[in-house]
Design a protein around this ligand. Structure first.
Ligand code: IPM
Ligand code: MG
Length: 359
């Protein structure tokens, strides 16, 4: 198979972890006789520095012509001025919108080998296997927003949560279809006791589930209550679907179940066209350039890329099992051990993944 993969390394630890994922993808290409063409493009803070734009036109064009996209991270303190004209994050939001990537899949799976790295108790988290579907191109992130000066010298700012019927339908359908292939359970999370937009979610998803997925066990949970249930009974969830903002917050919370943000990949998909794959950890500017970032989330994101965009299931499983082998052998990066304990760097742990792949 011959595929075009666009790399968007971005900021902070992004380039380091993407570089290691590319080594793993190249090994897969050799081993399974594929050809992957990589081309690297600008996004985020580095794009602002070099072009003045967090998402240059050339990057969007390259992404549209690709089979899949692997992103590192965007953002950092250098570009954090709240009065700045543009922000690195704007590049990420724009690429999601431009490519119609409305579904953000975030698997939250505990690795048996890492149960003791979690701040939560082993008996609660053991066996957790949740697949989040976060809506990614609507809601508070993209609704009307504004800032105005009031006559009394104050400022007034607003952001609105806007959803249409079809925006809810397509993400609920995708999540429910995933539930059918898993344990047959879907949980929809909203704030329907307060928000009009959530009441639309509730009506639309109840109808879709009744008409199209009658065999899926379906329930709804309010987002505040979900924040609690995620920590008290994570193993009772299978697939979870929710809006953009709630999904943003709940998946960061959920990332603590497996112990480290450094282990979690994500996929952003549309109804057609290339998918975008990234670790969920962000740019971690505090450790950028030190060679200690955990590349496993990005390596696992490249497994998702092979599975969802290139249809290469065997190859995806090969990567996932190589990562498991490395962890099972006791190897850890700094984020997975107590502060000060011995650990492996970004390149060294990738070397071990490559060895496990070749074995
Ligand atoms: C994420 C991130 C982004 C988001 C930021 C960087 C804009 O937190 O992918 O979860 O809020 O969507
Ligand atoms: Mg987030």
């Amino acid at each position: 198979m011959h595929s075009k993969i666009v790399l968007l390394p971005g900021d902070g630890i992004g380039p380091e972890v993407v570089g290691q994922a590319v080594r793993v993808l190249e090994a897969i290409a050799t081993q399974f006789k594929h050809v992957f063409d990589f081309s690297s493009h600008l996004i985020g803070g580095i794009a602002i520095d070099q072009t003045g734009d967090a998402l240059p036109e050339s990057t969007t064009a390259a992404c549209k012509g690709a089979d899949a996209i692997l992103l590192g991270a965007v953002g950092g303190p250098k570009w954090d001025d709240p009065n700045a004209k543009t922000r690195p994050e704007a590049g990420l939001l724009k690429i999601r919108k431009e490519l119609g990537l409305f579904a953000n899949l975030r698997p939250i799976v505990t690795f048996d080998e890492l149960l003791d790295s979690s701040p939560l108790k082993r008996h609660i988290i053991e066996g957790t296997d949740i697949l989040f579907f976060r809506e990614l191109t609507g809601g508070l992130y993209f609704g009307a927003s504004g800032l105005e000066e009031l006559p009394d010298g104050q400022q007034r700012a607003f952001s609105t949560a806007v959803y249409t019927t079809s925006e809810v339908e397509r993400i609920v359908r995708m999540a429910a279809a995933a539930a059918v292939k898993r344990r047959g359970k879907l949980t929809m999370v909203d704030k329907a006791n307060v928000l009009e937009a959530s009441r639309l979610w509730r009506r639309v998803s109840a109808r879709i589930m009744k008409e199209e997925f009658p065999t899926v066990e379906y329930d709804v949970v309010l987002v505040d209550s979900m924040a609690m249930h995620l920590l008290s009974r994570p193993t009772s969830f299978d697939v979870v679907v929710t809006s953009n903002m709630f999904g943003d917050i709940l998946t960061d919370e959920a990332s603590m179940l497996p112990g480290s943000l450094g282990m979690l990949p994500s996929a952003s998909l549309g109804s057609s066209g290339p998918g975008l794959y990234e670790p969920i950890h962000g740019s971690a500017p505090d450790i950028a350039g030190k060679g200690i970032a955990n590349p496993l989330a990005t390596i696992l994101a490249s497994a998702m890329l092979l599975r969802h965009s290139l249809g290469l299931e065997k190859e995806a499983l090969a990567i996932e099992s190589a990562v498991k082998k490395v962890l099972a052998a006791g190897h850890r990066t700094a984020d997975l051990v107590p502060r000060g304990a011995a650990s492996l760097g970004t390149i060294a742990i990738t070397d071990l993944v490559l060895q496990a792949l070749a074995a």
